[in-house]
Write a protein that binds this ligand. Sequence first.
Ligand SMILES: Nc1ncnc2c1ncn2[C@@H]1O[C@H](COP(=O)(O)OP(=O)(O)OP(=O)(O)O)[C@@H](O)[C@H]1O
Length: 680
Amino acid sequence: MSETSAGTKELQARPTGGDRSAVRTLLRLWPWVRPVRVRLFSAACVAIVASCVGLVIPLVLKWIVDGPVAEGDSGGVWLGALYLLLLGIGEAALFGFRRWLVARPLASVEAAMRADLFGRLQRLPMAFHDRWPSGQLLSRATTDLMLLRMFLAFPLTFLLVNGVTILVGMVILLLQEWTLGLVLLVPAVPVMAVCWLFETRYAAVARTAQDQVGDLTTVVEESVLGIRIIKGFGRHRRQAEVFRDLALRLRGTELAKARLLAAIWGVIVTLPELAIGAALVLGTVQVSEGDLSAGALVAFLSTALALRWPIDSIGFLLAMSQEAATATQRYFEVMDTAPEQETVPERESVGGPPVRAEDRDRPGDRGGTDRSRGGLCFENVVFRYPDAPEDSRPVLDGVDLHIRPGETMALVGGTGSGKTTLTALVPRLHEPTAGRITVDGRDITALPRAELRTLVSVAFEEPTLFSASVGENVLMGARPGAAPPENTTEKAAADTAEEAAGAEEAAGAEDGHDDEEALRRALAVAQAEFVHRLPQGAGTQVGEQGLSLSGGQRQRLALARAVVGRPRYLVLDDPLSALDVHTEALVEAALRRVLAETTALVVAHRPSTVLLADRVALLSEGRITAVGTHQELLRESAEYAWLMSGTTPPAGAEPAGKAAAGSSSAAAPHPHSTQGGGPR
Ligand SMILES: Nc1ncnc2c1ncn2[C@@H]1O[C@H](COP(=O)(O)OP(=O)(O)OP(=O)(O)O)[C@@H](O)[C@H]1O
């Protein structure tokens, strides 16, 4: 299960960032780093000063050896020791101060980047979410952002600090004894060449490791969410194998990373050590020949040793920087994806085949208002999923359907005929490839999404609930930002107590009361009174995805969420499928009252649901092939009769397409029914 989904999506979510250099990639972090640049720069300066303080220590040593030690002045030796102690304390304090300077700003950079990523994920089109495995997105929001924070805390500062320290140290060494200094400089060229080679190789393996972490996260997430299926089908061993395989692959990649790191560490440590050894031999010869003082040699070697850590650390600082560059690349693969367009200026821009000229030239097209066609209207709507092959048949291939104001239209069709797809087009979860959809005569692509989604409310077949209280889940459908009561009873008491408070508070209480009333009504419509029997009533937490509730209970809450805002348009995707016959009858009775007040499109699989509707549309082969009342379609459409009752139609009944042609005019006396409600 997870193998397939993770695997398929994995391929599609692989790098798109191109071959930017690590530096250019990391420079893209500037907008987030900019607000904390002063702190970061100050921290780097403090670290440079601390490092340079460390380089003064060898000079004090030289003074002690050539001065007090040579002269046998024990007081001078103690004074030198005191200087060394103070320098050491000063160095440590400065490094501590640096840590303090960066800790808070870096946490805020990470938080801001995470918030922006989350915001972008909310605004990305459904096609993006269909394509990307959730684990890949999760790993970007967690592991990758943590790597970036670590990069800003250490490598960014210390590559600069160590670079300056090495430079200053080399100048001191050359000034102390230039011949010995040159010996230490010899390994610089091979070390730089190795670093360059390392960076290229490490980039590839770091990318692989971070993607594999994403795949592993996807499998873990699927295994946790699908634990009932895994246990129910006894698939835990197979799932464990899938996990183990991925974990082993990740382990292999991490080992490859470790090998590369070990290799560069080996080179970076060995070559300078050899150079120091050579300088030591050369320096000793010079001291024995009287060309160099013992103090100068001690100072030279101490400075060289003080440069060991800045040089040695370059390997892992480069590795961390490379991982940060990869993390940045992965972050921007999401951030660079275009969000949903608020309004669509030209149909071509939503992807898919170009609009046919005849579609575009219709009267009232593209943002125009054609109020004569009120209600919900599908006009020659074509839809193909963005990742479907170019030459594949569209899921919807010229849907024409007109749902009149106040009418309830049932949508019937075989499995996979495109009913859910059609309903998803109404709130603009997907954009039609061609054709248009209007509400109240206004093209939905010309309406801001927020406005459209207050007009249209949707309940999908799979009732998704969130880790929140029952009340919060239901009131999500009321209006953006609606504050739900924690507990209906407590809230009511709180409202009463607030009566004497100021006007603002009273308004807040009134809102709370409205919410409470809306919640009570929606729960009644959806026959979800079971909520009042829950431990904390509407304030009861439903747990992740609402899994602590039964399927029927979840479906009733999803239905309550759809109706709570009294939407003008209601789109229900088989809202009663998980209910027992008795509850279904009760919900139907309540729903009938709600449907009387709205214009509704209801996907139906059962005659009982179809009977809620004024008319029924049959979706077949991507088109509406028949529109009429339930009885008419039973008589006239073989396909409809088969879908509804599983029986063959009476002898002489027309096949689906022809029957529909006859039925539309007979069954739809509306002035626009020939074009809008009937088959094409
Ligand atoms: N996100 C997607 N990407 C690509 N193809 C999809 C996607 N979702 C659905 N499809 C395909 O579109 C077709 C219609 O699917 P849809 O879910 O709309 O059918 P349906 O009529 O609602 O089916 P059912 O009655 O079983 O719920 C199917 O062939 C399905 O495989």
